[in-house]
Ligand binder design. Structure first.
Ligand SMILES: [Ca+2]
Length: 218
């Protein structure tokens, strides 16, 4: 089999004119990438530590304030969701979320292209001016305060489609190619609400995906 990369990712590569990947392309597994664990009943919240909400914890993910940093929830008011649960990013920026232990379970590779995709969802009837405000991406560093972005989205995202019509889901795609990386460098996915005091602008995430490959030589 010549390509291991899913067809969806290959399409994204083409759409973004990103560096083409060689046949060694692959996938970095993200635990609980769609927030489907634990399973909960409709319109219930579960905090990262399971204390606030009574269930959990959320496998694979954590927060600097696990009781309030964010929750997963099943909610029929997210028409763009995949499966049942989504990540609801609570708070005003002091609370962050990240993959557990600031680690994705493998070292960051040198001279490698990483493509991070995730869905940002509309909370039906709540999103203000079709915009949510957040910071999220791929980072290195031992904790959230000292994070070094490999690539991040930071700011306001309009939840509209290519024709300007409000969309239930917008997929964000971030592409970065590393240089020389020190052996043992861990990397992780994270984000926060980014000085956002309006509930209507809070971000909701689902379906994180991370693809990797070696750029073809020019
Ligand atoms: Ca989901």
């Amino acid at each position: 089999m010549k390509f291991f990369l899913p067809l969806q990712a290959l399409f994204l590569m083409t759409a973004l004119s990103a560096a083409p990947l060689s046949s060694r392309a692959g996938v970095v597994e993200i635990p609980n990438s769609g927030f489907e664990e634990p399973g909960i009943s409709d319109e219930r919240n579960v905090s990262f530590d399971g204390v606030n909400g009574g269930m959990g914890p959320v496998a694979g993910w954590s927060s600097n304030e696990p009781s309030s940093g964010g929750v997963i929830r099943v909610d029929r008011h997210y028409p763009g969701r995949t499966g049942n649960n989504v990540l609801y990013l609570h708070g005003t920026g002091d609370q962050s979320f990240h993959t557990e232990n600031f680690d994705l379970g493998e070292e960051l590779k040198s001279n490698t292209t990483y493509v991070l995709c995730f869905d940002v969802l509309r909370w039906a009837g709540v999103t203000l001016n079709d915009t949510v405000i957040f910071r999220a991406g791929l980072f290195t560093g031992p904790d959230y305060e000292s994070r070094q972005p490999l690539k991040q989205f930071e700011g306001a995202l309009q939840l509209i489609d290519k024709t300007g019509v409000p969309a239930d889901k917008v997929t964000v795609t971030l592409v970065v190619t590393t240089g020389t990386v020190a052996p043992g460098t861990r990397f992780w996915i994270g984000g926060d609400a980014f000085s956002n005091s309006a509930d209507a602008h809070r971000a909701h995430f689902d379906e994180f995906r991370l693809y990797t490959g070696t750029p073809l030589q020019e």
